[in-house]
Design a protein around this ligand. Structure first.
Ligand code: BGC
Length: 253
């Protein structure tokens, strides 16, 4: 008889912070405190691995008995990271899943950070039982995206890197929350940029629902009401914990 796995650890590696917690896979919530350390400057693989070790040691979950999911801010295909927008270029074409497994001495499940947030919201949050196309975007250091169709993830969509029509930058470089901090934009000015971004996504993909994740989703009432879209737009139920919860959930999928 096999026993059902009801707990797993999720680690969400971001451009600014690395967060982790023990997750209840039935309720879709955190069972432990949320541990966060800064992403090491330059985000080279060895330094990121050392930081992940600190998160696991602080959580007291260094043994391999509890499944571990790790989310990363890059395209992830067959365990390899294929891009590096907010981490060191070393990650491009890097066998990251194998690297973490060797370094941590255990198996892990490895996926894109926005994709796992999408999985968390599909199982336990705003995308649950939603039919059609759901686009989750994370607004943080970068802009990540998860595309879900009838609850099924279409991975590595990278919609933050869509080029702005007739401009030289992509949307991430112009509308991510890190840009708001850097340029000290007001909510209104940021909402203006988000309006352009979400209108463009709406035109291209005709989604049924937008979900906004990332750390700043906790202040959604400051900027989401300023947007005028045909598509409903809501904050992620699990806010910035969606990445941790989704990473953990995928570890036992
Ligand atoms: C990366 C994505 C990631 C997003 C959020 C982007 O720059 O290309 O893979 O999901 O940042 O971290």
């Amino acid at each position: 008889m096999t026993t059902k796995v009801t707990r797993a650890v999720g680690v969400d590696i971001g451009g600014t912070g690395i967060k982790g917690a023990l997750v209840d896979l039935e309720a879709g919530g955190l069972l432990s405190e949320r541990v966060k350390v800064p992403t090491p400057h330059g985000a080279e693989p060895d330094d990121v691995l050392a930081a992940v070790r600190v998160v696991l040691a602080t959580l007291g979950v260094t043994d391999a008995d509890i499944p571990l999911g790790v989310a990363f801010p890059a395209i992830v295909k067959h365990g390899k990271t294929l891009s590096a927008a907010n981490v060191a270029d070393t990650w491009i074409g890097f066998d990251a899943e194998h690297f973490f497994e060797q370094g941590l001495g255990r198996e892990i499940h490895f996926a894109n950070d926005a994709d796992v947030a999408g999985v968390a919201e599909a199982r336990f949050g705003a995308a649950r039982n939603v039919e059609g196309l759901v686009l989750l975007t994370t607004l943080g250091t970068g802009i990540g995206s998860a595309m879900l169709h009838n609850g099924q993830l279409i991975p590595n969509s990278e919609l933050g890197h869509l080029p702005r029509p007739n401009r030289s930058t992509d949307f991430e470089a112009w509308a991510a929350y890190s840009v708001v901090e850097r340029e000290e934009l007001s909510w209104k000015k940021w909402a203006h940029r988000l309006q352009e971004y979400y209108s463009y996504l709406e035109f291209l993909l005709s989604p049924d629902l937008f979900i906004v994740g990332g750390g700043i989703s906790k202040s959604a009432d400051q900027y989401l009401p300023l947007l005028e879209l045909r598509t409903p737009i809501v904050p992620a139920v699990h806010r910035n914990n969606a990445g941790i919860i989704g990473a953990a959930a995928l570890a036992v999928a």
